[in-house]
Ligand binder design. Structure first.
Ligand SMILES: [Zn+2]
Ligand SMILES: [Zn+2]
Length: 79
């Protein structure tokens, strides 16, 4: 059985992943890191890739990630 992972990923304005350390405001902690700033959160599934739309706050991305995990749980249960 394939283990499915649903995680929340930070994104820049151009939709590239932000792996930098950023302040809660989304601004980079290190001005020399080259980070343009985090603007959104994406829900990423190991099976489906990006799930739904981008979220502007993490508090909105978390329930979306939970819902998607639940969908997988339901799908596995009927299989
Ligand atoms: Zn960044
Ligand atoms: Zn999925």
């Amino acid at each position: 059985m394939v283990r499915i992972l649903v995680r929340i990923e930070s994104r820049h304005a151009d939709n590239s992943p932000c792996t930098h350390s950023v302040k809660p405001s989304g601004k980079p902690r290190d001005p020399n890191s080259g980070c343009p700033g985090r603007t959104a959160f994406a829900v990423v599934c190991s099976e489906h890739g990006d799930v739904g739309n981008l979220h502007h706050v993490k508090a909105a991305a978390e329930p979306a990630a939970r819902d998607h995990r639940d969908e997988h749980r339901t799908a596995l249960a009927v299989r």
